[in-house]
Design a binder for this molecule. Structure first.
Ligand SMILES: *[C@@H]1O[C@H](CO)[C@@H](O)[C@H](O)[C@H]1NC(C)=O
Length: 260
C-alpha cells in the first residue's frame, strides 16, 4: 500500500515536470491549502520606479565622481585674489572680467587672508517633468560653509552657502535609432543662492557685505561650471536599460514623475 501511494506521488511529479517541459503551464496555487488567502502583490506601475532610479543614479554618480571634494576644493581664493587682471585660469574670462570691475570698487577684498571651504553637501535631488512630458528638470541642492580669515585678530567669518543647480534632461534619438538622455540647460535659477553669515555680530559688516556681494556674483557660475559637466558625463554613462526606458517615455511625452 505504501509503495503504491509513493508511486502515485511519483507519477504525479513526473506528470507535472513533463507538463513543464512541454511548456504547458502548470496551474499555480494547487499546493496552497484551500481557504488560505495568499495576498497578491499589487501590480506594480511599470514606470513608477523610474523617477527614483533616475535620481538615485544621478546622485550616486555625482558622489562617485567626487562632487563633494570638488566643491571643497573650488579655487575660490585664487579667483578672488586674481581678480586684478589675468583672465587665465580655471574660470576664464567672464568671471575674470567681472572681478576686474568688482575689485577696483572693492578694495576690502584685500582684507581676506584665506578662505576655507568646509562641509560640502549634496542634498536630495528633486525631479520635475515638464507639462508636455518631454523634459525633466533635476534640482541639485548643494551646500557648503566658508571660513574666511581676515587680518582682524580673532575674526573668522563663517558663511553658509546654499545653491540649487537645475539641470534639464532631454531624450534624443541618434541616426541609428538608439535613444540617449542628454543635458539641456544647466543653470542656477534666480534666487537659488542663499548666503548667510553664521557667526552673528561682526565689527566687519562692510567687509561681510562686500564679500557676500562678490560671492553672489562668482560662486554660482563657479559651482555650475563644475557640476554641469559632471551631470553631462553621468547621463552618458547611465545604465542602458534605465536610459532606454526613460527616454522612450520622454519622447512620447508620457508622464512618469509623480507630482508631490
Ligand atoms: C532648492 O530647491 C528646493 C526644492 O527642490 C527648495 O526647497 C529650496 O528652498 C531651494 N533652495 C534654494 C537656496 O533656493
Amino acid at each position: 500500500m505504501f509503495l503504491v501511494g509513493s508511486l502515485v506521488v511519483l507519477c504525479g511529479l513526473l506528470a507535472q515536470s513533463t507538463a513543464q517541459l512541454a511548456g504547458v503551464p502548470v496551474p499555480l496555487g494547487q499546493d496552497v491549502p484551500l481557504g488560505q488567502d495568499v495576498p497578491l502583490p499589487l501590480p506594480p506601475n511599470p514606470t513608477q520606479h523610474l523617477a527614483g532610479s533616475f535620481t538615485n543614479a544621478l546622485s550616486g554618480g555625482l558622489q562617485s565622481k567626487g562632487l563633494l571634494s570638488i566643491l571643497e576644493h573650488l579655487p575660490l581664493l585664487n579667483i578672488l585674489k586674481s581678480g586684478g587682471g589675468t583672465s587665465h585660469g580655471l574660470v576664464g574670462g567672464l568671471v575674470g572680467g567681472l572681478l576686474e570691475k568688482l575689485t577696483s570698487s572693492l578694495p576690502l577684498l584685500n582684507d581676506i587672508l584665506d578662505i576655507k571651504i568646509t562641509d560640502p553637501q549634496l542634498l536630495e535631488l528633486g525631479l520635475v517633468q515638464s507639462p508636455d512630458g518631454h523634459r525633466l528638470y533635476v534640482t541639485i541642492p548643494l551646500g557648503l560653509k566658508l571660513e574666511v580669515k581676515t587680518p582682524v585678530v580673532g575674526s573668522l567669518l563663517e558663511l553658509a552657502v546654499k545653491l540649487n543647480i537645475t539641470a534639464e534632461v532631454l531624450a534624443v534619438r541618434d541616426n541609428q535609432g538608439r535613444v540617449h538622455l542628454v543635458l539641456g540647460d544647466c543653470t542656477h535659477p534666480p534666487g537659488s543662492l542663499q548666503i548667510t553669515l553664521l557667526n552673528g555680530d561682526t565689527p566687519l559688516q562692510s567687509l561681510v557685505d562686500s564679500l557676500i556681494e562678490i560671492l553672489t556674483k562668482v560662486l554660482p557660475d563657479l559651482i555650475q561650471g563644475k557640476v554641469c559637466p559632471l551631470v553631462n558625463g553621468i547621463l552618458s554613462q547611465l545604465d542602458v536599460t534605465l536610459v532606454h526606458d526613460i527616454a522612450e517615455l520622454l519622447i512620447h511625452g508620457v508622464e512618469f514623475v509623480i507630482k508631490i
